[in-house]
Design a protein around this ligand. Structure first.
Ligand SMILES: [Zn+2]
Ligand SMILES: [Zn+2]
Length: 481
């Protein structure tokens, strides 16, 4: 297979690429800074122009652009046009592809995407690596046709015509990312494995949402047993939504999911069909390839486009009941898309059924937790621990006149900034995040620490208030009364 060949070639020239890439990155940084700060564009010294052209002409396939008229030189001045577009018209979407890219190609692709997507006002998170591309972005509605053309005419050919189609979400609202980031990573998703032990070109079976639905619905009737269906996401994602009958491993990371997958499948016959799913499909595309190439399974099925595309499909079916229940967690400001009305999680503060996530608004805590809108309002978007609540409450009370929702403010060393897209995604849903330099949380935890470890079982944290002899803050209805 040609893809396989490229992987081998890649490893052979890896060393050279690494050296070259590092040098060219450094060179480019120097040049970009100098031209930006010292030389007006027209006066850019010829040696700088020459070096830049030499660097950029490494890969001719990256030269042709579907619509960008930016010259090689101008590509070094990525400008985001975000302010030209109405933030309420943005659509959230994703695409990815495992495809070998060389390191010099990555450098060029990064600059190209920053310039061309910036021009369209696109925001989001794009990871590129020698493994391929993974993009989660939001695009102004009016630019979707241009993005589609760019995807079809420029990006797709770069990925041998096989780039995933634009996978558009089911719930939108406000712009779901704050800025555009293109990052070069070692791997698109870290699996903790030696990449020579599996073969990404051993691509698992991609079922359309209709085929996926049909196969899972009829599996038991046909085979006399339940299907092996694995949720390849982290525990906090499957906590608020999953496919009926799925095994949801208690995973903190993708590495954990891979370990769990191997344990689940270890003793199964290799001709046993395995079904797996994740948000948009990228995690399963890799996991399925691992299971097929490293463990020798014949067939791993995944739903093409993941829960996102299944959710879009099932919403259009009048005669079918969704096999996915609850909410599809997403890694953007929306923190999820509703697929069905079921509330599968529990509010960490009051214990009511709830599927809404938020981070504690005390920046040095920032714990991720399920929290209902009522508790969020009552406890100022904090985790309700006294230190967090008091920090945010005091700040908001004492600095109201300084606080401006449009941007960060600094008062007495405290930084406050707004986060978009919380709550119900309406215009008034900005969340204030408060942090103070040098002040750390009284409970040491990391980004991966679970809310339950810090706050105990749902409702437990409120006992802290009684112990301290304090009344709970007024409920939102009390405020209105
Ligand atoms: Zn609550
Ligand atoms: Zn907190």
């Amino acid at each position: 297979m040609s893809g396989q060949g490229r992987f081998e070639k890649k490893s052979a020239i890896n060393m050279f690429c690494r050296l070259f890439s590092r040098q060219s990155t450094l060179l480019r940084k120097t040049i970009t800074t100098k031209t930006l700060t010292i030389f007006p564009k027209a006066l850019t010294p010829s040696f700088v122009q020459h070096s830049m052209q030499a660097t950029s002409s490494k890969n001719s396939s990256l030269q042709a652009s579907a619509f960008s008229t930016a010259s090689t030189l101008e590509r070094h001045f990525p400008v985001s046009k975000i302010e030209n577009y109405d933030s309420s018209t943005y659509k959230t979407l994703a695409f990815y592809k495992f495809y070998p890219l060389t390191k010099p190609e990555l450098e060029d692709l990064k600059e190209k995407l920053l310039a061309d997507f910036g021009e369209l006002g696109i925001v989001g998170r794009i990871y590129i690596s020698t493994e391929g591309i993974n993009a989660q972005i939001a695009c102004p509605e009016e630019c979707l046709p241009k993005l589609q053309a760019y995807h079809d005419e420029y990006l797709k050919p770069m990925f041998d015509g096989d780039l995933m189609d634009l996978n558009i979400g089911t719930e939108h609202g406000k712009r779901s990312f704050r800025a555009l980031h293109v990052r070069i990573r070692k791997q698109l998703i870290a699996d903790g494995l030696d990449s020579s032990t599996y073969d990404l070109t051993n691509v698992p079976s991609h079922l359309s949402p209709a085929e996926w639905h049909e196969k899972l619905t009829n599996y038991e009737k046909k085979h006399g047993k339940k299907p092996i269906l694995i949720d390849m996401r982290n525990h906090y994602e499957s906590n608020i939504g999953f496919f009926d009958g799925a095994i949801c491993p208690d995973a903190d990371t993708y590495k954990d999911s891979i370990t769990a997958m191997n344990e689940i499948c270890d003793n199964l016959p290799r001709d046993q069909e395995i079904f797996m799913y994740c948000t948009g499909g990228i995690r399963c595309t890799k996991a399925g390839a691992i299971l097929q190439s490293a463990s020798g399974f014949d067939t791993v099925h995944l739903v093409d486009g993941g829960i996102t595309s299944y959710g879009r499909w099932v919403a259009e079916q009048e005669d079918k009941v969704s096999l996915f229940r609850g909410k599809n967690f997403t890694f953007d400001a929306r923190m999820g898309e509703k697929i069905t009305d079921e509330l599968l999680g529990k509010c960490q503060l009051c214990g009511q059924p709830c599927n809404r996530y938020q981070n504690c608004s005390h920046a040095s805590c920032n714990i991720l937790m399920v929290c209902c809108p009522s508790c969020a309002s009552q406890f100022l978007n904090t985790c309700a621990r006294l230190q967090c609540y008091d920090t945010v409450h005091e700040f908001m009370g004492s600095t109201k006149e300084h606080y401006h929702p449009a941007g960060p403010v600094l008062v007495d060393g405290v930084r406050a900034f707004t986060k978009q897209g919380e709550k119900d995604m309406d215009a008034s849903s900005h969340r204030v995040v408060i942090g103070k330099k040098g002040v750390s949380c009284d409970h040491e935890h990391t980004r991966r620490t679970r809310a339950i470890e810090v706050l105990g079982e749902p409702g437990e944290v409120l006992k802290e208030w009684a112990k301290a002899g304090r009344d709970l803050p007024p409920k939102p209805t009390d405020i209105n009364a």
